[in-house]
Design a protein around this ligand. Sequence first.
Ligand code: GFB
Length: 311
Amino acid sequence: MDKRAKIYIAGHAGMAGSALLRRLTAAGYDNVVTRTHAELDLTQQAAVDAFFASAQPEIVFLAAGKVGGIKANNNFRADFIYQNLMIEANVIHSAWKHGVQRLLFLGSSCIYPRDCPQPIHEDYLLTGPLEQTNEPYALAKIMGVKLCENYYRQYGARFISVMPSNLYGPNDNYDLENCHVLPALICKAHEAKAKGASELIVWGSGKPRREFLFVEDMADACLHLMNSDVSSGLYNVGMGDDLPISELTELVMEVVGYDGKIVYDRNQPDGTPRKLLNIERLKSLGWSAKTQLREGIALTYKDFLSRRNHR
Ligand code: GFB
């Protein structure tokens, strides 16, 4: 990517988009365009098209979307499928229509079948049924992948898709009902420690395994891909290993400095048993993640504390 290229980051205020903005700025890309949600509602086709017509970005990072943890995905099923579909269709179509040179679409590892072989290769897409708790979100994200693939196949548009494993890091959401497991555990361990509580409640059985990727590494992978000679396709990005939620809980408790009892609430869903990504495709382009989980959790906890102190 040319350092002077006009880049639009859709979703720059979110965890993934803000990491992309930091990474691009640090690398010297200073012609980045952003719009807040209040300025541009990406579910509105006419507004999106008018934005592309006037801003004329050359490169697009599509990190906007409705996201959340297992419970939010399960409870707000219509919102997850509708909003994500509209955002992707509007942004990808307008990007093509207004001559965007390259686009990177961000999805999630939940697009793959629930029970597929591990680690999950990109080619396993659409080979089996999806996990029920996040089927609407996964289906919308699959449509994003297919939009990119088919705008390339019909029009030669250089649109690629990146599927990260469970992301965590600075600027995450800590609303316990709707957030992902890692911010939830940081918040719960912190509050339990502050209150001197004897136990910490963890949802589900603690047995599901998850692969976590520090969001700054994800941003680095996206920049690496956009500077590689790739025109199309789907790329997994992850750490290459995973751990059960029970071990993750212990690790978070160590970092936060809380040593109460862990209690599993089995009335809450486990979700998919495992979703470890095969990351060979991205590795073959010369990229791998740098931040180990313990270090990433410590950095995230620091960010959590500084945000709390500034409230
Ligand atoms: O991160 P999480 O909400 O999403 O949950 P998924 C991961 C696992 O952690 C599940 C357990 O087995 C949860 O039951 N867990 C334990 C908790 N304690 C908690 C807690 O306090 N809060 C939360 N949230 N979980 C989402 C998908 O799936 O992951 C999305 O729904 C997306 O579509 C995203 O793919 C990355 O990994 O199960």
